[in-house]
Design a protein around this ligand. Sequence first.
Ligand code: ADP
Ligand code: ADP
Length: 240
Amino acid sequence: MSAGVSIRALHAYYGATHVLRGVDLEVAAGEVVCLIGPSGSGKSTLLRCVNHLQPIAAGTVHVGGELIGHRRHGDALHELKPRQVARQRAGIGMVFQNFNLFPHLTVLENLVEAPVAVRRLRRADAEERARALVARVGLAGREGSYPRQLSGGQQQRIAIARALAMEPAVMLFDEPTSALDPELVGEVLGVMRDLAGTGMTMVVVTHEMGFAREAADRVVFLDEGRVVESGPPARLLADP
Ligand code: ADP
Ligand code: ADP
């Protein structure tokens, strides 16, 4: 089940650098939002605040109505127990620029490990679902391969499948195609387009304007840690 994301008056810092300066962003369940903005504008930090990878200095983040983080300047961070944080993170899929597959595990093992360890699925059930996901990203037959035996595009498709193996309510993508050779970008965007069609809630940081035009319900522009524009791609993105 997809969930919405609600971000209110969010502030975040790196040391003394004030990176997010009051971000408000509502993403409806099933909505696909492309996050666009200059390098250093805080896009990656914003995703990381949703996934417990970045401390929130002020503001609130909810996913599926559930509080991820809340703080006012100077107050102690809203305390979640480590188990709550682990459970919430399990429900939020994240795909990074550099694939981040476990190099010593096969494709199938990469998809099975977390569902067995975190969601306590039976290994046989996790494997059956993993095979279906490998097929869904177009890589049936490569279950026994190691990541280094795959192209970058194939590795990223497996990274997406691995995130989906946890049955997340939300998927976050942080420049998922920017480390790829140009000829491999399309296959990853194809998988993301299919996923968008399933009603998955997606927040995608990308420079791929073609993808944003075709797959996004909405594009959101970030600049200097604030949302400066938000609307349908047809209105905000000029034709190529
Ligand atoms: P974007 O994803 O839009 O390129 P980021 O969220 O990665 O932006 O970074 C926003 C700002 O935070 C940048 O000015 C960057 O210098 C700073 N920053 C990002 N990561 C770190 C870090 N690990 N340590 C210190 N500063 C960082
Ligand atoms: P600005 O960047 O808007 O000029 P400041 O950096 O002076 O503002 O800080 C504004 C507020 O943020 C202050 O209340 C301060 O306590 C808080 N603050 C500053 N640095 C951090 C930090 N690293 N983490 C959390 N809160 C911070």
